[in-house]
Design a binder for this molecule. Structure first.
Ligand code: ARG
Ligand code: ZN
Length: 879
């Protein structure tokens, strides 16, 4: 039994002394007094001796215990809300326990375990929520077959759902009814789910590749059925794709998704019964943006893909979280890449990785993809475990090649189906299938920090050789001063002065396969023979490794790559590097009181890209979207002054807008797709380009008054919220901005998911007055501290998405956040801890802000009754 706040260590892993074979649950549901009867059949493992059985619990009220159907004498067990220890167990190999507990779903504000959301009973058990329902061996390596009987008043809960297949249902006395569900697949407790309430259903059918029929059901609040159509479509496409691409079929006769409005995260892959934050199910053109549609598609796919990578093969312990999450993120990324545009998807992935994972890896919260210790597992559902975990799987595919990668993955599915596995098990499959030694590669799982490749190159015209020096290093991270050498797959291209790609031959000093250089030593001196003219290097093509590259490259070389690279992702990367360099210099100039000017090299490169009709619009939009303020801050690294960055970025943008006015006007006039709104990737790309161009035009010619009519006539949420965002951020406090905000509020006041956009747009206004605005909005009926989506939209966006508005030099916004975290922590520790991570890069701020930030964190740390979640984050951030 693990106690909250006590450190758990990977090396302490020990299998249980007992196995649980079957679980028979009965729920008698009432909001404040739900009775749970949990009958488990146990098997003693040989060698266990007569060790006591210690079951996990959290906030439980104990009612009764029977051992082999006889009421247990109180001398045989000790019980508390957080655990049940049973001694003197029967000496037989098999025995049963029947445990009765009482819980109060209506009072469950943590949204872990069984709780109520808008009158719906629902559960969230990952990671350790099942122990808030009943005493159990609540760990992922205990797999059992579950049968669940639910009883509830028919009126209040006509719908009774759990995992697996419906076996039986019928009436009971006094207006109650029951349903019995049976899940034939052994599963860990974290995949248990129950939903009960009054919901509408949208149905469809799917036939698997081998011809088995599957009923598909999406449950939403009454009246919202039409908004589930896109999710259903995405589900069917995900199921087909997983068959075609990975040979994975669904394995039950029904697949259900339930949308609830109070949810701590995105969604949950419970066996056969996924529970979703309704934000990732509900969509129609009037209320959802293109980004919402893309997220719904990706998250529906992600949770569905977990059925194989997570459910059929689960994790031995929570240190192995990346085994299911990294792999499943990789799978959903591939799905989106196949479904939409691969390079556009890759750019978005890298932008996200750099915005969330790189800062995590370089700050106080850094941890390996597979951590070795944790205080609170809920704090490890991180960008490192998910996104870097996915990058590690992608590198494995790059190193092995597509076919060998597939054979390793097939072996994994075959060998470990039904297991609770480890990262070692996973890697061994690739070693066995391909005969490759992956011991050095495995360092990616064990070692925190973003590797750095320092690269230099020399061209010798007379000898016609290109020499490239490569050095790898990893900066120290908390608790890890010395770093091991890693196997880094670096894709690279060489381009001649005419833009042609040079074939790399006669290479010495490194292993090379295709265009992949295998960096395994600290230093490599790589020599390319027979190179006719000085080439331009394109490094880390397609972002083949999640590393930082230090390489002095001239602006003209970057512009050359932006023009001639055949790897579309890398064209964008070159432009982005060019812009980043310019923005860093501009920040320096701002701080030195000089005027900022944008170079012609950057302006030309951007404007020729934006006008290049051969490129897809989504790419053109990505190309002209400058690195954000947080990106610039990350690249500068220390002594960050967010106001200087903001000013510099604005000045550069103004310059680009002035020079590009004609180009942007032509985009705005011509690019929007005609006809009815369609969320497809191509139309979405056109809208994205339209909005980026419109944004520039507000810096050149377009007055705020011109935006209001565009906002008013928009027939879809993408354009409407996009234009609202431009108006409000570019002209904060203007009459036009406030009018648009008021009209938007009036129109969508009864749709909280849309109001979240309205809250987030306001929370991210780059203005010192935003703190006050956020405080004011907290007092309106649109905000509720009880709903995680509202908290994330208003407080989360302010802290994580408003560099100037949040990082006020007087520290008042930090104080505000500390106060909110302390209050929220008493209700919902998980959400409080997550929102607090917005301050994870506080140590890289300039000294005045840094001191204020530390003081605010210290105020949190001084609280005596913090949750383990917030305590853990605060301690590590201050540590
Ligand atoms: N397994 C879920 C998913 O990635 C997320 C669960 C998050 N749980 C948590 N305690 N934060 O799809
Ligand atoms: Zn997941």
């Amino acid at each position: 039994m693990s106690r909250p706040g006590q450190e758990v260590r990977l090396e302490d892993y020990k299998p249980t002394d007992f196995e649980i074979e079957t679980v028979d649950l009965t729920f008698r549901l009432t909001p404040s007094r739900t009775i749970v009867t949990n009958r488990i059949a146990l098997r003693r493992r040989s060698g266990g001796g007569n060790a006591p059985l210690i079951l996990d619990g959290d906030d439980l009220t104990f009612v009764d215990l029977k051992i082999d159907d006889r009421t247990a004498d109180s001398s045989r067990f000790s019980v508390s809300p957080s655990g049940l220890e049973i001694r003197d167990l029967p000496e037989t190999e098999f025995f049963t326990l029947e445990i009765v507990t009482e819980i109060a779903p209506a009072d469950n504000t943590k949204l872990m375990g069984l709780y109520r959301s808008n009158g719906i009973y629902c559960t969230q058990c990952e990671a350790e929520g099942f122990r808030r329902i009943t005493y159990f061996l609540d760990r992922p390596d205990v797999l059992a077959i579950y049968t669940t009987r639910i009883e509830a008043p028919i009126k209040e809960a006509p719908l009774l759902l759990s995992n697996g297949n419906l076996k039986e249902r019928g009436p009971l006395s006094e207006g109650w009814h029951y349903a019995i569900w049976h899940d034939p697949h052994p599963k860990p407790s974290y995949l248990f789910a129950l939903v009960a309430g009054d919901l509408a259903v949208v149905r469809d059918d799917f036939t698997t590749a081998s011809g088995k029929p599957v009923k598909l059901e999406i449950y939403v609040e009454h009246g919202k059925e039409a908004r589930a159509a896109y999710a259903m479509d995405a589900l069917k496409r995900s199921m087909r794709w997983d068959e075609e691409r990975f040979g994975r079929e669904y394995d039950l006769s029904v697949f259900m998704i339930v949308a609830v409005s109070d949810f701590n995260m995105g969604a949950m892959e419970n066996k056969g019964l996924n529970v979703f934050n309704d934000k990732y199910v509900l969509a129609d053109p009037e209320t959802a943006t293109d980004t919402d549609y893309a997220n719904i598609e990706a998250i529906i796919a992600h949770e569905y893909f977990h059925n194989w990578t997570g459910n059929r093969i689960t994790c031995r312990d929570w240190f192995q979280l990346c085994l299911k999450e990294g792999l499943t993120v990789y799978r959903d990324h591939e799905f989106s890449a196949d479904t939409r545009s691969r390079p556009v998807k890759r750019i978005a992935e890298v932008r996200l990785l750099k915005a969330h994972q790189f800062p995590e890896d370089s700050g106080p919260l850094a941890h390996p993809v597979r951590p070795k210790r944790y205080q609170e597992i809920n704090n490890f559902y991180t960008a490192t475990v998910y996104e870097k975990g996915s990058e590690v799987v992608r590198m494995l595919a790059t190193i092995l090649g597509a076919e060998a990668f597939k054979s390793g993955l097939d072996l994994y599915f075959e060998r470990h189906d039904g297991d609770a596995a480890t990262i070692e098990d996973f890697l061994t499959c690739f070693e066995d299938a391909t005969g490759t030694d992956l011991s050095q590669f495995s360092v990616w799982y064990h070692q925190a920090g973003t590797p750095v490749l320092t690269i230099g190159s020399r061209f010798d015209a007379s000898g016609r050789t290109l020499t490239v020096d490569i050095e790898q290093s990893v900066p120290p991270t908390p608790g890890e001063d010395r770093k091991k050498l890693m196997h880094i797959p670096l894709r690279m291209g060489l381009f001649d002065p005419d833009g042609g790609e040079i074939r790399m031959r006669d290479v010495s000093g490194i292993d090379i396969s295709g265009d992949v250089l295998h960096i395994t030593d600290r230093n490599h001196t790589v020599v390319f023979q027979n190179v006719q003219a000085r080439p331009t290097l394109s490094l880390n093509r397609s972002f083949s490794a999640p590393v930082n590259i230090r390489y002095e490259q001239s602006s003209s070389d970057l512009a050359h790559l932006a023009r001639y690279e055949t790897d579309t992702y890398s064209r964008w990367q070159a432009l982005n590097d060019l812009a980043t360099r310019e923005l860093i210099a501009a920040t320096g100039a701002t701080l030195g009181g000089e005027t900022v000017q944008c170079s012609n090299a950057l302006i030309d490169a951007l404007l020729s890209t934006v006008s290049d009709a051969r490129l897809e619009p989504a790419l053109r939009s990505q190309a002209i979207t400058l690195p954000g303020e947080a990106d610039i801050a990350r690249e500068i690294g220390t002594d960050i002054d967010p106001d200087a960055i903001f000013a510099a970025r604005s000045a550069v943008s103004d310059d680009i807008a002035r020079h590009g006015r004609d180009a942007f006007e032509s985009v705005v006039e011509n690019i929007l797709p005609g006809g009815r709104y369609s969320p497809d990737a191509e139309s979405a790309g056109q809208r994205a380009l339209y909005l980026s161009a419109l944004n520039y035009l507000t810096r050149a010619a377009l007055p705020p008054d011109a935006l209001l009519p565009i906002f008013r006539s928009a027939d879809n949420m993408t354009i409407m919220s996009g234009v609202l965002g431009i108006l409000v951020h570019r002209f904060p406090g203007s009459a036009g901005a406030e009018t648009a905000l008021a009209e938007f509020e009036l129109r969508f006041r009864d749709n909280p998911l849309v109001i979240d956009k309205w809250l987030a747009i306001q929370a991210t206004i780059p203005d010192p007055g935003t703190l006050e605005r956020v405080m004011r909005l907290m007092g309106t009926r649109h905000f509720s501290i009880e709903n995680p989506n509202r908290v994330r939209a208003l407080i989360g966006s302010f802290a994580a998405g408003n560099p100037t508005g949040f990082n006020l030099p007087d520290g008042t916004a930090y104080e505000f956040l500390a106060e909110q975290i302390i209050g929220l922590d008493k209700r919902n520790p998980q959400v409080a801890a997550r929102v607090l991570t917005a301050m994870r890069s506080w140590k890289s701020l300039e000294p005045i802000r840094r001191d204020k930030a530390r003081a605010a964190l210290a105020v949190i740390a001084q609280q005596s009754d913090l949750s383990p979640d917030v305590r853990d984050i605060t301690d590590r951030m201050l540590g």
